[in-house]
Design a protein around this ligand. Structure first.
Ligand code: ATP
Length: 331
């Protein structure tokens, strides 16, 4: 099976190369083809998203991506390659599992999956002037809600989750969020998954005060953006937060963190989010056993006290990886 590996910029290549080593330790039959994207790609090839990369993405079911750095100086011609990919491949669901991988990480004992709408909502970018201010258009369509909820239900079945919660603000945004809530109950009825709903402000509080009552959250673009960062911070930080942007043809797996230019090249980046993204990719490709091994090794490595600095430890990326691969070899 062929997949794309796109290391990108900053700490992207540092963490993705470690995730690739982890994949190689559990699965020998993946053909991992490397491709370029981002600022480094622009400096080398003149394009932030070379055609070769796009062609490869058209040919594979999945890609593992690191992070990219935006242009250092203002470039009016710049279009985010990630946004282009999201549009071109219609990656409509952003899925972020957030779990506290060890009891002394983070603040809250979370184990949730946030399924966020990725194509519309507040992020249409459509703004216009009116007297004295600006109006932002916010789009909510039935079709986008339907496929998002269907994806959340499918995911819940695949992952053995019992409850999906629709997170919205329909007490204020009666028509748009009301539509989302209505579609949610229509599509979850008879699905075998328990369904309930919550206002977004209540969900933000519940992540802290009632984390065990939350299981799978399905929500619109802006709410998901904010809640997933909150959840990641509560569960131990960006170094442990994997994600996927999923369409019907392509799934792009990536750590939630960015290219972290402040620590790039220093050998201190935490590769765990990239490894957990790789595990999600393996599960998506039907390799559940291999994925569970990568995850179990994260748990054991952390429980042995091996930590990178962002997690309160002293290890650099390579030292952490040495411990991780040793643990992985015993599973
Ligand atoms: P970008 O502009 O590419 O999004 P950023 O630095 O603004 O980059 P992040 O990359 O998300 O945003 O990082 C935010 C902070 O978290 C950084 O200061 C970085 O030091 C820290 N950080 C992010 N990811 C990691 C990681 N994997 N390991 C250690 N620290 C990290």
């Amino acid at each position: 099976m062929r997949v794309a590996i796109i290391p990108g910029d900053g700490i992207g290549p540092e963490v993705i190369s470690e995730a690739v080593r982890a994949i190689e330790a559990v699965s020998a039959d993946l053909e991992m083809e490397e491709a370029e994207m981002g600022l480094g790609a622009f400096q080398r090839t003149g394009s932030y998203l070379p055609d070769k990369t796009l062609e490869l993405l058209r040919d594979v079911p999945a890609a593992l991506f690191g992070a990219i750095t935006s242009p250092l100086t203002y470039d009016p011609a710049y279009r985010s390659p990630l946004l282009r990919i999201r549009k071109e491949f219609d990656l409509y669901a952003n899925i972020r599992p957030v779990r506290r991988w060890h009891g002394d990480l983070g603040l809250v004992d979370l184990d949730v999956i946030i399924v966020r709408e990725n194509t519309e909502g507040m992020y249409t970018g459509a703004e216009r002037d009116v007297a004295g201010g600006v109006v932002t258009e916010r789009l909510v369509t039935a079709r986008a809600c339907e496929r998002l909820v269907d994806r959340a239900v499918r995911l819940s079945h695949e992952q053995g989750r019992r409850r999906v919660t629709c997170v919205h603000k329909s007490n204020v945004l009666r028509r748009s969020d009301g539509l989302f809530r209505k579609v949610f109950y229509e599509r979850t009825e008879g699905s075998g998954i328990e369904a309930n709903d919550m206002l977004v402000d209540a969900a933000a509080a519940a992540l802290i005060s009632k984390p065990r009552e939350l299981d799978v959250l399905v929500t619109l673009n802006l709410y998901g953006d904010i809640l997933s960062d909150e959840a990641a911070a509560l569960a131990g930080g960006l170094g442990f937060a994997p994600s996927v942007n999923m369409g019907d043809e392509l799934a792009l797996f990536e750590p939630t963190h960015g290219s972290a230019p402040d620590i790039a090249g220093r050998g201190v980046a935490n590769p765990t989010a990239a490894i957990l993204s790789a595990a999600m990719m393996l599960r998506h490709l039907g390799k559940a056993k291999e994925a569970s091994k990568l995850e179990a090794a994260v748990e054991t490595t952390l429980s042995l006290g091996h930590r990178t600095r962002d997690a309160g430890g002293r290890l650099g990326t390579r030292e952490f990886m040495a411990s991780y691969l040793e643990v992985l070899g015993t599973l």
